[in-house]
Design a protein around this ligand. Structure first.
Ligand code: AMP
Length: 425
């Protein structure tokens, strides 16, 4: 069968690499892909942007692609699954309405409250009803969020009332365009963050291997927020008891609530959770797709067939899906361009990829491009080097053995990915 993966980051490289391993798959197309996907066997890139739904649909019909898997949130929130379904094409991911769980934070907060799913206290405002007195009456710090998709930049933690008011006004006045026309002001939650990813259809749900990521740019979880500087799986904080709580208090009521509201879910569902000191799993956000960089270490550990898993989900036979995980830990280190997460450099030649290819582990590409035979940087997050090991510490060692082989001008990466898990070990 032929598969189409939509997207061009590290997550999509891992998805394409994993799909290509399925003996049933003849070829994997990636739109648009990157320099890493172009080098995988049975995989080729297409010159189609991830949000060009018309061109993607046309390609899937012309080439008779049996299954399309969507990586990023943009096309899902825009309704790519509905468009493919209307044309009778199989597309893996939630419908436009179900994808609002990621596309609108105000929708999600209201949904969580109505269905009594644990989450931070909040209020929603537009420019018409913004209330500075409400802000001044809240305990600090405060979290200000743009309602819509803002490429991971729409969340600001404010330490003073004045900065919270200024940040709210900036968003309402258009700093994030339409995404900030509505804002959510949230109570700040303490605890440890966990990524919990499941695959679900309207009747069934299976949790994938647990993972944890590092959002801050610098060692010691300091510095600006990023899309993610590294991740590992499993996350030792998710004990069997916490796993049960997350399923019972978050995942099951979310899927049931969506179905009751007439928006049944199908696809990967990612819950970003803050685990409070008493073990309460508070929802920070939902993503309607696999996380990046969590996908890379999670798929490194998946031993069973990924395409079978997607098909079983679509066909309502998830109970028959035999998901097998490598018992070893996997840990991925993101290598980013100089300047990231602000304006970053592009076009820097990357050296040492050939050396890394000869070492154990796997380097997934994210923001890369080929210029003739030279691979150069072409995004903020450039590579994710993933190691496997009998412990998180051993996986950390293998991942950094890859990182140390690779270089470009002003490359930046953290040295302490997995530190919490390693301390627990
Ligand atoms: P979000 O996109 O909503 O997950 O927010 C991005 C990041 O901001 C999260 O991964 C958290 O680190 C942080 N964050 C968001 N909401 C809260 C909150 N209510 N309390 C504390 N931190 C938060």
């Amino acid at each position: 069968m032929k598969i189409l993966i939509v997207g061009g980051g590290g997550r999509e490289h891992a998805l394409a690499w994993k799909c290509a391993q399925s003996p049933r798959v003849k070829h994997v197309f990636v739109a648009p892909g990157n320099a890493g996907t172009a080098l995988e066997s049975k995989v080729s890139n297409l010159d189609i942007a991830a949000d060009d739904i018309d061109a993607l649909l046309r390609f899937s019909i012309e080439k008779d692609v049996e299954l399309t898997i969507i990586g990023p949130e943009g096309p899902l929130v825009a309704g790519i699954v509905d468009r493919f379904a209307a044309a009778g094409r199989r597309c893996f991911g939630p419908s436009r309405k179900a994808a609002r769980l990621e596309g609108s934070k105000a929708f999600t907060k209201d949904f969580l409250r109505r269905h009594r799913i644990p989450s931070a206290g909040f209020a929603t405002f537009t420019a018409a009803n913004f209330d500075a007195a409400y802000v001044r009456a809240q305990r600090l710090p405060l979290v200000i969020k743009a309602d819509g998709l803002a490429a991971g930049k729409g969340v600001v933690i404010c330490e003073t009332h004045e900065s919270a008011i200024a940040t709210s006004r900036e968003m309402l006045e258009g700093k994030f365009g339409a995404a900030g026309k509505t804002i959510v002001i949230e109570e700040f939650l303490q605890g440890e963050e966990v990524s919990f990813i499941v695959v679900a259809n309207d009747q069934q749900v299976v949790a994938l291997a647990t993972s944890q990521d590092h959002k801050r740019r610098d060692d010691g979880d300091r510095g600006p927020n990023t899309g993610g500087m590294g991740a590992y799986s499993p996350a030792p904080i998710v004990t069997a008891q916490l796993h049960r709580r997350i399923m019972r208090e978050v995942i099951e009521p979310t899927l049931k609530g969506l179905a009751e509201d007439g928006n049944p879910y199908l696809g990967f569902l990612y819950a970003g959770l803050m685990i409070a000191a008493d073990g309460t799993p508070n929802v920070l956000e939902f993503n309607c797709r696999f996380g990046d960089p969590e996908t890379q270490p999670i798929l490194m550990r998946l031993q069973s067939d990924f395409v079978d898993l997607c098909e079983a989900t679509l066909e309502g036979s998830l109970e028959r899906a035999q998901i097998r995980w490598d018992p070893r830990a996997a840990l991925g280190v993101v290598m980013a361009a100089g300047g990231y997460p602000d304006a970053y450099r592009q076009g820097d030649p990357i050296s040492g990829l050939d050396v890394a290819a000869g070492r154990p582990g796997k380097v997934f590409h994210a923001g890369t491009r080929a210029e003739g035979t030279q691979i150069v940087t072409a995004g903020g997050r450039v590579l994710c080097a993933v190691g496997l090991g009998d412990s998180v510490r051993a996986a950390h060692h293998q991942a950094y053995n890859l990182v140390h082989a690779i270089h470009w001008n002003l490359v930046q990466y953290r040295l302490d990915i997995g530190h919490r898990a390693i301390e627990r070990e």
